[in-house]
Design a protein around this ligand. Structure first.
Ligand SMILES: [Ca+2]
Ligand SMILES: [Ca+2]
Ligand SMILES: [Ca+2]
Ligand SMILES: [Ca+2]
Length: 731
């Protein structure tokens, strides 16, 4: 076989060596990694903007003072149901804008629990040493028993808030009370009150903050109707913060105004229908707006049922973008209360749905750093969440739950299979440029490609026009998939028919576009281009592709491992060759516990420095990416005697490779049938692409796989005739 580098092989070798040698990255968001995140930020832009916001904030304080005097307005209120309200902003038209906490009438729903130690994916993720920002009506009760020293009062606010404590607990509670364990239960929360929120976030983001949670919003019963769905100054400011700090993502609760009757002039339907209720920073282009849902998840982490919660505010925003972006469970969440250091409380609302999503996103950042040594850009993280959300109701997005229910398990699997069956690429488009890539579809699963980008803040904000359809989008990128003259378009929604199912076509409003090819087969071209002129000259974007055979690599256990020949200098071993596959050969003397390891793209290796008279064993495995590996083959044994070296006969490990297997149907749903001559002692195991055995037993041809969650697996069958593996897809 020729020595040749497959798909990005040099990088792969380097990173594989890196991880195999255990030089693994430092866990968590240490100072170094935070600096790394912010290394490429343009400090000038952010610090100028922070100064502007500081001046703006001082002016607002003055304005609020005058309003309070002249109109006898109450600045802060605490209602009997616990809702906290404060006058924090003034609109461009002079409207006082009150912030309100969003509780109203988790981890399972977002599938974050599958990422924990002993979870379905068993990734050991809990957010340890990761930081998440919380802005709320006050700071959390940092002395609560669930927080150890992990909840920090980060802006010296005096007000300890029940709401902030509930939100923070939902994010990081250790699980002293197991039913109240937070989604990222090892993470640190930097808690802040909502005054000066933009300024504080901008400073933290410039220093590497990745995520912040905002379970509050503008009070909906005190604004003119044109505010609903409008892209206003607040939306612009937050988009500018995210544009200047491209690793930072803001997560906001959609609001609980669905039944408020507060918008008398919605852009679709009647007031009572509940559409067009999004306000303020929930209408940003770059942030993630979370709806509340009621869900049912089964033991495999698969979504069984989902409906939008009765309180959750619907979109659309006036320019027709998909908002809210996605949904999480906000119903009856048990969390930390601020009453005492050991008290708890159940609450509901999009306030509780948002931290479930924020915490899951934090775990995905932690996972990405563990796998690849760096954090994702915010556009990549958001794109990943929207790409992998469980679609609900009609196919495609809608204005109630966006792209569907957050699925951290599916998102983690995309990262795990990167370079094998998925692509997660951070790219850049220059003005006038087109980006093209061809991919081979995996049979039996949909081919899906999406682009996500952090768009520059729009210069045009709404200052009072009711239901203005002017698009806030600045750089209009487009993704298409083509094959044999046929073009597949992305999803789009029509705000004039807000209750209708999504259609496919040219999307001119969203900074996230997803294209799907249902029965994909063969080679497809993915093209990314842009309309008009890129105002900034270039636009970074993140491309995610799933359901593709990115690498021809074989994830199967290498077969026919054998002793080729031996000389005085060493022994040569060989095995069956495979395309684009890196092999790891391990060998050791049988009286040693330490394996020696060698990596090669070839199907043979020469072992040197062997001691005459010693008995050695050797085994080999396939490596497709650093995270997609096969199990090791059964070892072979030989006594090294120079040219006289021979395999040790009757070694129980050496089995002639005569077993051939194939499986059907593939993809399968409930049963996988094995086509092979099997004895009654034949055994099987099912292995994830990252090498975890998740099911094993005896088989004589039919294996019940109904309990597996959807995804790619390797079936390993062992019988007297040998051991063979093949991959299959579970739908
Ligand atoms: Ca503050
Ligand atoms: Ca849908
Ligand atoms: Ca509107
Ligand atoms: Ca577009």
């Amino acid at each position: 076989m020729d020595y040749r580098f497959p798909f990005s092989a040099k990088g792969a070798i380097f990173s594989i060596l890196f991880s195999l040698l255990g030089v693994g990255s430092i866990l968590g968001q240490t100072r170094d990694t935070k600096e790394q995140v912010s290394l490429n930020y343009e400090y000038g832009n952010m610090s100028t903007f922070i100064s502007e916001m500081e001046a703006d904030y001082e002016a607002k304080l003055k304005l609020i003072g005058e309003l309070v005097k002249s109109k006898n307005i109450t600045v802060t209120e605490k209602r009997t149901d616990g809702t906290e309200i404060a006058l924090e902003d003034v609109g461009t038209d002079g409207t006082p804008l009150f912030y309100t906490t969003l509780n109203d009438p988790a981890s399972q729903t977002s599938r974050a629990h599958t990422l924990y130690d002993k979870g379905l994916l068993n990734l050991g993720l809990s957010g340890t040493q990761m930081e998440v920002g919380v802005w709320d009506s006050g700071v959390a009760l940092s002395s609560h028993q669930e927080f150890d020293v992990r909840a920090k009062n980060a802006d010296q606010a005096n007000e300890v808030s029940l709401h902030a404590t509930l939100v923070t607990g939902n994010l990081i509670s250790a699980g002293v009370e197991p039913n109240a364990r937070g989604v990222a239960y090892g993470a640190e929360a930097l808690t802040h009150d909502w005054s000066r929120d933009k300024i504080e976030v901008a400073e933290a983001a410039a220093n590497g903050l990745l995520l912040s949670n905002h379970s509050y919003g503008i009070l909906s019963d005190r604004v003119p109707d044109w505010y609903f769905g409008a892209y206003i100054k607040v939306s612009q400011d937050w988009d500018r913060i995210m544009y200047n700090a491209p690793h930072y993502l803001m997560v906001t609760a959609a609001g609980n105004a669905q039944k408020s009757f507060d918008n008398d002039a919605p852009n679709f339907g009647k007031t009572a229908d509940g559409f067009d209720l999004l306000l303020g920073f929930t209408t940003t282009k770059n942030g993630l707006t979370v709806a509340g849902a009621n869900t049912e998840i089964d033991g495999n982490g698969d979504l069984k049922k989902a409906s939008v919660a009765g309180y959750s505010s619907f979109g659309p925003v006036d320019d027709g973008r998909v908002k809210p972006d996605l949904a999480g469970d906000g119903g009856n969440i048990l969390s930390t209360s601020s009453a005492t250091n050991s008290s708890y409380q159940v609450s509901s609302g999009t306030s509780m749905a948002a931290p479930g999503v924020t915490g899951s996103l934090l775990l995905l950042q932690q996972y990405h750093e563990e796998l690849f040594g760096s954090y994702m850009k915010a556009a990549t993280l958001k794109g990943l969440a929207l790409h992998t959300a469980d679609d609900v109701n009609a196919k495609g997005p809608d204005y109630k739950m966006g792209w569907g229910i957050m699925n951290a398990k599916a998102a983690a699997e995309v990262l795990q299979n990167k370079g094998y069956t998925t692509l997660v690429n951070e790219e850049r488009l220059s003005n006038g440029e087109t980006y093209t890539i061809t991919v081979n579809a995996m049979e039996g699963v949909p081919l899906m490609a999406s682009i996500s980008w952090t768009d520059p803040a729009s210069e045009n904000i709404n200052r009072g026009e009711l239901n203005s359809t002017a698009a806030a989008l600045v750089n209009d990128l487009d993704i298409r998939i083509t094959k044999d003259g046929q073009t597949y378009f992305p999803w789009k929604l029509n705000p004039a028919k807000a209750n209708d199912a999504a259609t496919k076509g040219d999307n001119v409003v969203d900074p996230f576009e997803r294209v799907e090819v249902e029965q994909a087969s063969g080679t497809y071209t993915i093209t990314i281009s842009h309309k008009g002129t890129l105002t900034t000259g270039l636009q970074d974007f993140s491309l995610i592709v799933t359901g593709a055979q990115v690498s021809e690599c074989s994830i199967e256990i290498p077969s026919n491992l054998d002793l080729d020949n031996a000389t005085e200098d060493g022994a040569a071993l060989s095995w069956k060759e495979a395309e684009e596959t890196l092999f790891e050969i391990q060998y050791k003397s049988v009286d040693s516990d330490e394996w020696n390891s060698e990596l090669t793209w070839e199907s043979s290796v020469e072992l040197k420095a062997l001691e005459v008279g010693k008995v050695y064993e050797a085994r080999v495995r396939s490596i497709c990416t650093e995270n997609v590996v096969s199990e090791f083959s059964e070892p072979i044994e030989f006594e090294f005697k120079g040219a006289e070296t021979a395999l040790i006969e009757n070694a129980p490990m050496f089995i002639p490779q005569e077993l051939t297997i194939s499986v059907y149907p593939n993809p399968t749903v409930d049963y996988l049938n094995v086509n092979a001559e099997l004895s009654k002692d034949a055994e099987f195991s099912i292995v994830t692409t990252s090498g975890n055995v998740i099911q094993k037993g005896k088989t004589q041809g039919s294996i019940n796989v109904s309990s597996l969650s959807a995804g790619l697996y390797v079936l390993v069958v062992q019988d007297y005739a040998g051991i063979k593996s093949t991959k299959f897809y579970k739908n």
